[in-house]
Every structure is written in structure tokens, then in C-alpha cells.
Design a protein around this ligand. Structure first.
Ligand code: HXC
Ligand code: NAP
Length: 283
């Protein structure tokens, strides 16, 4: 889909880049010319991602262990990565924590844990890179991975909904405040895309297929590749005049849930059109 030099000159840090969507973005970015650094708490998935990129021919792939909740650990990881790879000029805030829980049953620590990863973690990584970009006068590109329920809220994922809404506010705030430094800030709001991390925590077994068919107008779940392609575009110079934008990638799921008459699309179309014809006043 893209020229194989679409991200030449980019050095991109992806938080949570060892698994799922983060790994898909890392592999895609590396495949179109970026140097990539992945960061997370567990060493093994990070090492596997680096190895996969290298075995596909990408030489510039690096990993650093850090907890995004801890600004000191993040700062140390960014500093050590930059010694290896040189100045980082792109950041994808992708690390997240989430689980299904009735809100009245959440402990204070459970709420704190998710908000710390998603909202504070995004802030810590953003500030660590943003300060460098401002000091260097180099500009930079940020992409935050949000969700579609950041606008609507959602039952049973209260800490994530609150934190992801905050991430959208951060994206839009910094898009304007830091534009003067040549920094772009955008976000992606994905609908359901199968990953071990998300689906093991959020999709009760057996619900997946039915969920896709009933809720998503395009009739299927998303793929990691589709997400990675969109992220590639937003990180690249092809999007150099796009900032403060949130792109939804969900097969139409959120729109369908909101439209008064959208439920009628679930009926066989010819049957529904026959019903409409029967309601039409006769001439
Ligand atoms: C209720 C829970 C819980 C659960 C953990 N807790 N899981 N409470 N229901 N299922 C509580 C714990 O009891 C504890 O509170 C507190 O949360 C912190 O838990 P720890 O296990 O000590 O925390 P930690 O090791 O830091 O792990 C963080 C985590 C974990 C968020 C709880 O799930 C994690 O590491 N997740 C990372 C990956 C992830 O979540 N990926 C999914 C992203 S998908 P107490 O009070 O007992 O100390 C996504 C969007 C999907 O974000 C949208 C789909 C459409
Ligand atoms: P995932 O595989 O569980 O990814 C989460 C990543 O974040 C993991 O690599 C994890 O690595 C890292 N992480 C978690 N806590 C961290 C911390 N404290 N410090 C550093 N890294 C941490 O799930 P995913 O589905 O790919 O999700 C990726 C992003 O997409 C998330 O922002 C998620 O909210 C968003 N999203 C996903 C979907 C979907 O359907 N998959 C839909 C909407 C939005 P470690 O555990 O090793 O730290």
C-alpha cells in the first residue's frame, strides 16, 4: 500500500510495542523504512518483536524495559534508547491496561492502575519526548491510541473510558499548544481488533463472532494490519497538515449504535423494503 520508504528518516518509539497492535505497528513502520524502538514491562515480547523485525530484514529495531506509570523509568529508557538509535522523532502512545469490572466493585487501586497506565503513562511519554523535541527545535510526531468509547463512555470499563477520554483531550490540547514547535499530535480510535491482551480481558468466550455480526455494519472485526496502515499514514509526511485529529477505525460500529433507525439494517433488506412499501400511502 505504501512505498517502502514511506517512513524513511523516522525513529519511532512505540509504548506497548511488544504485543498486539503495538507490535503490528512496529513491524509495519520498520517495513517502510523507520527505525523502531519498542517499550514495555516484559522483556520477552519486546525481544520477540525486535527479532521478528530483524528477521524480516529491518536492522534498526530496539527495545527498552520500562513502566510508563513511572516517569523516572521512562526517562531512563528514552535516554538509553537515544544513545543506541539516535534522536527519536516519533512517539506512539499505545500501552494500555483494561479489564471488565462492575464499577461498584472496583478497588481504588484497580481504578488507579488503569488510569496510571493509560492517562499518566501517555502524559509521561509525551512529556519525555516533547521536551526533547522542543529543546532541539526538531519537531516531532505523536499518535495516541484511544478507543471509540472515549466519547460515549462505556459500561464495565470505567477507568479505561475516563483515561481514554483524557487522552483525547491531551491530543487536542497539545496539537494546538505544541504546533508552534512543529509537533503534530493525532489519535486513532479503534473498534474491536483481536489481540490476546484485549480479548482475553474484554471479550467473554463465544461472544466474539456474534458481537461482530450484530454490531458492526461492515460485518467483521478489524485487523492489526488495517490499524497499522492507518498509523503509518498518520506518522508519515503524507499527514503533515493533519493535527488534533482522531480517526475512528471500527467498521461503522459506533455510528450504528447511535442512529435511531439503524437497527432496521439487521433485517433482510428485501423484507424490510417490502415493509416500507406497505407503509407508503396509496395514490
Ligand atoms: C477487578 C482487577 C482486575 C479485574 C486487576 N484488578 N484485574 N479488579 N477485575 N479483572 C485489580 C487488582 O485486584 C488490583 O487491585 C489492581 O487492579 C491492580 O492490579 P495488578 O494486577 O496488581 O496490576 P498490574 O500488575 O499493574 O496490572 C495492570 C492491569 C493488567 C491493568 C490490571 O490487566 C495489565 O497489566 N494489563 C496490560 C494489558 C492490557 O490490559 N491490555 C488490554 C488493552 S485493550 P487491588 O485493590 O486488589 O490491589 C484496551 C481497549 C480495548 O485497552 C477496547 C476494545 C474495543
Ligand atoms: P495489548 O497487547 O495488551 O497491549 C498493551 C501493551 O501495553 C502491552 O504490550 C503491555 O506490555 C503494554 N503495557 C501495559 N502496561 C504497561 C506499563 N505500565 N508500562 C509499559 N507498557 C505497558 O493490547 P492491544 O489490543 O494491542 O492494545 C493496544 C492499544 O490499542 C491499547 O491502547 C488499547 O487500549 C488500544 N485498543 C485496542 C483495541 C482492540 O480491540 N485490540 C480496541 C481499541 C483500542 P507489558 O505488559 O509487557 O508492559
Amino acid at each position: 500500500m505504501y512505498a517502502n520508504d514511506a517512513l524513511n528518516g523516522s525513529t519511532i518509539l512505540i509504548t506497548g510495542g511488544g504485543t498486539g497492535l503495538g507490535r503490528a505497528m512496529a513491524e509495519r513502520f520498520a517495513g517502510v523504512g523507520a527505525a523502531v524502538a519498542v517499550l514495555g514491562r516484559r522483556e520477552d515480547p519486546l525481544a520477540e518483536t525486535v527479532a521478528a523485525i530483524q528477521s524480516a530484514g529491518g536492522t534498526a529495531a530496539y527495545a527498552a524495559g520500562a513502566d510508563v506509570r513511572d516517569p523516572a523509568s521512562l526517562e531512563a529508557a528514552v535516554a538509553s534508547l537515544e544513545e543506541e538509535v539516535g534522536p527519536i522523532n516519533g512517539l506512539v502512545n499505545n500501552a494500555a491496561g483494561n479489564f471488565l469490572c462492575a464499577s461498584e466493585d472496583l478497588s481504588a487501586n484497580a481504578f488507579n492502575s488503569v488510569v496510571q497506565i493509560v492517562l499518566y503513562g501517555t502524559f509521561h511519554a509525551t512529556q519525555a519526548l516533547g521536551r526533547r523535541w522542543i529543546e532541539r527545535g526538531s519537531g516531532g510526531v505523536m499518535l495516541n491510541i484511544s478507543t471509540t468509547y472515549a466519547w460515549t463512555g462505556s459500561s464495565f470499563v470505567l477507568p479505561s473510558a475516563c483515561a481514554k477520554a483524557g487522552v483525547l483531550a491531551m491530543t487536542r490540547s497539545l496539537a494546538v499548544e505544541w504546533a508552534t514547535y512543529g509537533i503534530r499530535a493525532n489519535a486513532i480510535a479503534p473498534g474491536p481488533i483481536p489481540t490476546e491482551g484485549a480479548f482475553s480481558r474484554l471479550m467473554p468466550p463465544g461472544a466474539v463472532e456474534a458481537h461482530a455480526k450484530q454490531r458492526i455494519p461492515l460485518g467483521r472485526l478489524g485487523t492489526r494490519e488495517e490499524l497499522a496502515d492507518l498509523a503509518t499514514f498518520l506518522m508519515s509526511p503524507m499527514a503533515s497538515w493533519i493535527t488534533g485529529e482522531v480517526v475512528t477505525i471500527d467498521g461503522g460500529e459506533v455510528l450504528k449504535a447511535g442512529g435511531e433507525f439503524n437497527g432496521f439494517t439487521d433485517h433482510p433488506r428485501e423484507q424490510f423494503k417490502a415493509a416500507l412499501a406497505s407503509m407508503r400511502p396509496s395514490k
